[in-house]
Design a protein around this ligand. Structure first.
Ligand SMILES: Cc1ncc(COP(=O)(O)O)c(C=O)c1O
Length: 480
């Protein structure tokens, strides 16, 4: 009896390419040690018969194993497991058999662990939920994009991104955010962070003064420090960035980086008065405004305030947006809209950094936008995230009312729970983390303004049912 007689082969499932499944099974047999280096693989006819597949599929799978060095062919006598694998497979087998060390194949990936227990991560920020309809639609877009790939998708391409995607983004931004632009002004990036970093590199020289929100987003601050700029922390109040304070601190600043739709971290929207004031200063000072509109899609009450870029007419504003929040963070796709005078420089900078955005990701996202699925997804998410926000706020009120003062924002992906009784937010953050609840203390996000003590709680990544258990654990932590 040969090993192939006892090996648990399984017939291919529908929905996955047969060649890939044959390849996976043979490779799995090699890794599992069922088939040793130097051992002979079943003939293609025999394996095709065992699996109930066409012989050509087995031949193609074997060709792949030969190409990758898993197998070697000996003329006239069949296909064998490569002798070169001896040392490599011994190590893998030892990992499997020695207690305590789990093989990388058997261990669930970190992502699987996280997905299996989402409440373990409540309330980490910036997560999103793709419901079953969005996941199906994304799969359809992926398959369609794969079927319709053109030769241009396989080569080097435009550093600023695929022109059809840029046109779709321009259409979306004109309608949704009042952004004034044509497709040529859209530069596709890996996300908002990439866009902010590109803007810092392009606009700032070492020693240039720049205004930053206080408190503000740490990664933006660090990108500016990396560019050698001199950061000026400008306070934020209920109406957003206090423009007059900026003018008093650094009237000749070269740029300002702001999050007007949903200030990070306080969650306030910049008032119309402040928006106009900021634009007036930028025009007079010849300064650039970098508008990080990272969560603009999620507005839960009232009409969205138009973008700074649209109010300004696109002269002094670099508009930044991202699909990593509206879809999912692992996507790594976003965009910036540059004033015409800066488009060529942004494209050149992107070319230097990483040549171009990935064509397949762009093609899938374009299909998702053009098929109407993106708009439908945003409509559903807005309702779902509002319900999640309300469930979190209600649970906090019920369980921790005397300890926390909750600020429920009309927009964005997180809320802030301010700590009453002069408690330290860093201490609260550490206690919560010890109970498996992820929050972020806001006091380290302040620079010169007197820090408030509060916890930033993300609500977009967790269904309403996860909120009460998460808050119960937070309460145990804070009451301990
Ligand atoms: C204010 C702000 N800007 C930018 C980003 C980064 O977004 P992206 O994932 O698109 O790079 C985040 C992410 O949390 C953010 O909160």
């Amino acid at each position: 009896m040969s090993w192939a007689d006892v090996y648990p082969w399984s017939a291919p499932e529908t929905g996955r390419p047969v060649i890939r499944q044959v390849y996976d099974q043979v490779r799995g047999a090699i890794h599992a040690g069922a088939l040793k280096p130097g051992g002979r693989l079943p003939s293609s006819r025999d394996l095709a018969h065992r699996l109930g597949v066409a012989r050509a599929s087995v031949v193609a799978a074997y060709d792949q194993l030969l190409a990758e060095g898993y197998a070697e062919g000996r003329t006239g006598s069949g296909t064998y497991v490569s002798l070169d694998l001896s040392g490599v497979l011994d190590v893998a087998a030892a990992e499997v058999s020695f207690g305590g060390t789990v093989s990388s194949e058997a261990a669930p990936s970190a992502i699987e662990v996280l997905a299996a227990s989402p409440e373990a991560l409540t309330f980490s920020n910036g997560r999103t939920l793709m419901d079953a309809r969005a996941q199906d639609a994304w799969s359809v877009s992926t398959r369609r994009a794969l079927r319709t790939l053109e030769p241009s998708h396989f080569g080097y391409a435009e550093p600023a991104g695929d022109l059809r995607l840029r046109a779709a983004i321009a259409d979306y931004l004109r309608a949704a955010r009042g952004v004034v632009c044509d497709p040529a002004q859209v530069i596709v990036t890996a996300g908002a962070q990439h866009a902010v970093d590109l803007a810092a590199r392009l606009l700032l020289r070492p020693g240039d003064r720049v205004w930053l929100e206080d408190p503000g987003y740490a990664n933006t601050w660090q990108a500016l420090v990396a560019a050698g700029a001199e950061g000026h922390a400008i306070p934020v109040d209920r109406s957003g960035l206090v423009v007059q304070a900026g003018i008093a601190a650094a009237p000749d600043a070269r740029a300002v980086f702001v999050t007007p739709s949903h200030q990070f971290p306080l969650g306030v929207a910049m008032s119309m008065g402040r928006r106009l004031e900021l634009i007036a200063w930028a025009r007079a000072a010849g300064a650039w405004i970098v508008e990080d509109d990272y969560a603009s899609e999620f507005r839960y009450a009232g009409a969205p305030l138009p973008s700074l870029q649209g109010l300004d007419g696109g002269e002094r504003v670099i508009y930044v947006g991202t699909f990593n929040k509206s879809l999912f963070p692992g996507l790594r796709l976003g965009y910036l809209v540059a004033p015409r005078s800066l488009v060529a420089s942004f494209a050149a900078l992107r070319r230097l950094a990483d040549r171009q955005p990935p064509s397949l990701t762009q093609a899938i996202t374009l299909d998702f936008l053009e098929s109407g699925q993106f708009a439908a997804h945003i409509r559903r998410r807005r309702l779902a995230y509002k319900a999640q926000r309300d469930a979190l706020a209600a649970a906090l009120q019920r369980r921790l009312g005397p300890v926390l003062t909750v600020d429920v924002p009309d927009q964005g992906m997180h809320l802030i729970a301010y700590l009453n009784d002069r408690r330290s937010d860093l201490d609260a953050e550490a206690r919560a983390a010890a109970k498996g609840v992820l929050t972020r203390a806001i006091s380290p996000l302040y620079h010169q303004a007197p820090p408030r003590q509060g916890l930033l709680l993300g609500f977009t990544g967790f269904p309403p049912a996860a909120m009460a258990p998460g808050v119960a654990r937070l309460a145990e932590a804070l009451e301990a």
